[in-house]
Design a protein around this ligand. Structure first.
Ligand SMILES: C[S@@+](CC[C@H](N)C(=O)[O-])C[C@H]1O[C@@H](n2cnc3c(N)ncnc32)[C@H](O)[C@@H]1O
Length: 412
């Protein structure tokens, strides 16, 4: 479904947000929400809204209803009280993770917290709900208007002050462990520009130099960073944490020296519980060994945080290649830190031979996994499909540097 066009400028965005906050605006958004929920398409939907609530409100109301629907899985019922723009929703973290960060930041001391780059206010609201007074900073007037409105809508306006400022300047002026007058801070740099991910931390906004300056000047701070951040960039005394849920990384964090409790941490969110694995010093690389009856794939938070050696030691497992995070041992791993596959065959990577082997085993359906290989899993799975009744997991990887395939979990 095509999106309703976003407002062309900050002024236009601010005036449409103001309109949406009136009683007529609320009626228009409710009506747009009903139309969307009943499956009405954008063109007839906006046309009907125009007839019912007027041309000025129809487009913005439709857009907000659409954004709230998109926000609902992460924000729950709160989504229907939020003001959002497409840009701020795309940049928003998940409230449950923001609440976890806020609780940890506030556990060690009290006092106001600066939310440096507040967007639509997810961190601001989480910090305020956790009991902090918050100075919510952004250089974007739309972000400040959204944060103020959302703090009010979620009942924490009394704890929130918005501040139009450049975070680069505020952090450069930080002194005595404080930034913007606060002894604690959350920084969540924008890591996308023009709809694309910025892989180079020096191109984030604010840039990496502001991240390190904040961690140096305000030791009670936490910075959200890209999951692919190079360990070499993590300043000494700072804890780096990777958080995963359902087998995917959901965030990576740098904790300033006053909050840091370890060197690296892998955290696994499971419903309301969070399981944690940590190391006070670099555990180094796990030992190498030949492929055994079981292959183990550590959780991505374990891999990113550099803690594979801890899981290997726990499982009595070894690496199959010095550069690949697959482990092997004689027994299946106990969840949650690694997922295990029973190894049935190991062969050098050769499409013809692999296909022939799968045919001879009666395998018709495969799931392809890869690590350290350029192959495209879905494309290879299609190429390997056959008439057989059995299924298998085909792992394409490297062993001692050589492209290798492990056929695993052959069904009976
Ligand atoms: C990734 S978003 C923050 C998202 C927010 N933590 C949340 O979960 O909703 C980054 C925000 O930083 C703001 N920003 C980027 N560079 C800035 C700067 N130099 N000064 C002030 N704000 C900045 C952007 O306008 C944007 O609102």
């Amino acid at each position: 479904m095509p999106d309703a066009a976003p407002p062309a400028s900050a002024d236009a965005a601010l005036s449409s947000l103001r309109r949406l906050r009136t009683a007529e605006g609320a009626v228009a958004v409710r009506r747009a929400t009903e139309l969307l929920a009943s499956g009405t398409d954008v063109l007839p939907g906006v046309a009907r809204l125009r007839a019912e609530v007027g041309a000025e409100l129809a487009g913005p109301a439709w857009e907000l209803a659409r954004l709230r629907a998109r926000a609902r899985p992460a924000f729950g019922a709160d989504a229907d009280r939020l003001l959002l723009t497409a840009d701020t929703l795309e940049q928003a973290g998940r409230p449950v993770l923001a609440a976890r960060r806020a609780a940890r930041l506030l556990a060690s001391a009290t006092g106001p917290v600066a939310d440096l780059g507040c967007a639509a206010g997810t961190d601001t609201v989480a910090l305020a709900k956790a009991g902090a007074d918050v100075v919510a900073v952004d250089r974007d007037p739309v972000a400040l208007a959204l944060t103020a409105a959302n703090a009010e809508a979620l009942g924490v306006a009394g704890r929130v002050q918005v501040l139009a400022a450049d975070v680069v300047d505020l952090v450069a002026a930080a002194a005595g462990g404080r930034v913007a007058g606060c002894p604690a801070a959350v920084l969540d740099p924008a890591r996308r520009a023009g709809g694309r991910r910025q892989l180079d931390p020096d191109r984030w906004s604010p840039p990496w130099s502001t991240v390190t300056a904040l961690l140096g000047a305000v030791p009670r701070s936490v910075v959200k960073v890209a999951p692919g951040l190079d360990h070499g960039r993590v300043p000494a005394g700072v804890e780096a944490e990777w958080v995963s849920e359902g087998g995917s990384i959901v965030e990576a964090l740098l904790w300033g020296a006053d909050v840091a409790a370890t060197w690296r941490r892998a955290s696994l969110v499971r419903g309301d519980a969070v399981l944690e694995l940590s190391a006070d010093v670099d555990p180094g690389r796990a030992p190498l060994g030949p492929v055994g009856p079981w292959l183990h794939e550590p959780d991505p938070a374990v891999i990113r945080s550099g803690l594979v050696a801890l899981v290997a030691a726990d499982l009595g497992a070894t690496l199959i290649d010095p550069t690949i995070a697959y482990l092997t041992s004689g027994a299946e791993a106990v969840p949650p830190w690694a997922r295990s596959y029973r190894v049935d065959d190991v062969l050098p990577f050769n499409l013809k031979k692999l296909r022939a082997l799968l045919r001879s085993r009666g395998v018709g359906r495969v799931t392809v996994k890869k690590r350290g290989s350029p192959i495209e899993p879905e494309a290879l799975a299609r190429q390997l499909r056959g008439p057989g009744e059995r299924s298998a997991v085909v792992v394409v990887t490297r062993m001692a540097g050589a492209p290798t395939v492990l056929v695993c979990d052959l069904s009976p």
